[in-house]
Write a protein that binds this ligand. Structure first.
Ligand code: ZN
Length: 455
């Protein structure tokens, strides 16, 4: 679906315009690069704090010059405190014969993330109270955490669980949970104005591809592409541990919050499903309307959801005292695919072309935000004569209906009170088609920009 959507878009007017606005776009290459990044990040054991996050952010630095920020444990952040730092070197369960029956080195999902250190022998019944499995999908290992309640546990497949016999087991968790830091990645691209677009993705899940790694990688490539353009907005990228990371950033950067005019949380952007956009709490913010326009005209399937106080860091960005215009851009949403939060969210679930398609749509969305402005028709008394200016029946003598239609709409509603996005919605045309018409009309001296963008 993603591939078809992309192909259709690439043939229409807006697709052609985007291609000229960006450095050469090659979906295959972009998909391969994103997949390579996800493959590199996949084995690292991330958590909400610790060296796994640092190592992952350093890998992303090869794509975009983000800075690693360190916030000490115990720092008060609104109603929360930055937790202790967790690091893990090894963990296993050995049977009486000394064989490892569960081994962290095989998959970091085997350990309940944030498990305290343990070195202990115990019988099967005591051990079982610390084991988690998925009876309905017996080959898969679940993903579990114990962030805010100190404890320990192992996650295993149902087959592994059932193979354990009565007897004594040796449990080893070689971890540390101690005062340290919470680490996040931040990158700011300065545009012509200080008004910002926020792009946020969580970076705290261990070996899970769609939920987490796809968003981290696509955000880094988006930053890479935007850094090559001259920008009207400034862009702030955050790679942060879920929940506590956005709370920490908002608490420590409250003075910058009012600069954020638009924002997106990215997650689950690598599976083969169609797009899902969860609107900001405001519901009709410019970002909500731009995403809807881009998805509506992309030629692929998509779903729009209203804001709910569940999900990812949009919960914090859209909390009532912050209330930023930040939506969540996904393919198949969290919890809506069977592999979610299990070992099956692996490298086979994410597709190079899906990630490339997600990135391509995000670039269209950013292009629309950049170009959305109000114009004034400089020849408002009756229609100007377009033919005399080479704007009518211009494409090789054949009628270009969409472009001419877009010009008529743009001329009529460019009264200073309607933005290009308003006109795109009213005319049911792609934003990029309206924007292309505005640019042609401006070049012909028929339109002039009015102030900044309208929301
Ligand atoms: Zn998750």
């Amino acid at each position: 679906m993603a591939v078809a959507g992309l192909a259709i878009f690439m043939q229409d007017t807006s697709g052609q315009r985007l291609q000229t606005a960006l450095s050469p776009w090659n979906s295959d290459q972009e998909g391969e690069e994103l997949y390579r990044m996800v493959s590199e990040l996949y084995p690292i054991c991330r958590s909400i704090t610790g060296d796994g996050v640092r190592e992952s952010l350093r890998l992303l630095q090869r794509q975009a010059p983000l800075t690693l920020r360190e916030v000490p444990s115990g720092t008060k952040v609104f109603d929360w405190a930055v937790p202790k730092e967790w690091n893990i070197r090894d963990a296993y369960i050995k049977n009486r014969r000394g064989e490892k029956v569960v081994d962290f080195q095989e998959s970091n999902l085997h350990i309940v993330n944030y498990s305290v250190p343990v070195r202990k022998k115990m019988g099967l019944s005591e051990l079982r109270s610390h084991l988690f499995s998925l009876p309905d999908t017996p080959d898969w290992v679940p993903y579990r955490t114990s962030y805010y309640k100190e404890g320990w546990g192992f996650c295993v497949s149902q087959h592994q669980l059932e193979s354990l016999v009565e007897g004594e087991y040796e449990v080893c968790i070689d971890s540390t949970l101690a005062p340290g830091h919470l680490t996040y990645g931040e990158l700011r691209l300065q545009g012509a104005t200080d008004d910002e677009v926020l792009i946020s993705s969580h970076c705290c899940h261990p070996s899970l591809c769609n939920d987490n790694l796809s968003g981290m990688a696509v955000a880094a490539r988006l930053a890479h592409h935007l850094s090559e353009r001259s920008l009207r907005y400034s862009y702030r990228f955050l790679w942060i541990p879920g929940t506590i990371g956005s709370i920490t950033w908002l608490a420590l950067n409250e003075k910058y919050v009012s600069r954020i005019k638009h924002g997106l949380v990215l997650s689950c952007v690598g599976d083969a499903g169609g797009f899902t956009y969860k609107r900001s709490r405001r519901g009709n913010a410019e970002i909500d309307r731009v995403v809807e326009n881009v998805l509506k005209h992309s030629g692929g399937g998509y779903r729009l959801l209203d804001f709910t106080p569940h999900g990812y860091d949009e919960r914090q960005y859209c909390s009532p005292g912050i209330n930023l215009p930040v939506g969540c851009f996904m393919r198949t949403p969290n919890g809506a695919y069977p592999e979610y939060h299990t070992s099956a969210d692996d490298l086979s679930l994410v597709k190079p072309m899906s990630m490339a398609g997600s990135l391509h749509h995000l670039l269209q969305i950013m292009t629309a935000l950049e170009e959305n402005q109000s114009y004034l028709n400089l020849n408002p008394k009756c229609e100007p004569q377009l033919g005399r200016r080479g704007l009518y029946h211009q494409v090789g003598g054949t009628k270009n209906a969409a472009a001419e239609d877009a010009m008529m709409w743009t001329l009529n509603f460019s009264d200073g009170a309607h933005s290009l996005l308003d006109i795109a919605e009213r005319s049911a045309l792609p934003f990029a088609t309206i924007s292309a018409a505005a640019s042609q009309l401006e070049n012909a001296g028929l339109l002039a920009k009015v102030g900044g963008a309208r929301s």
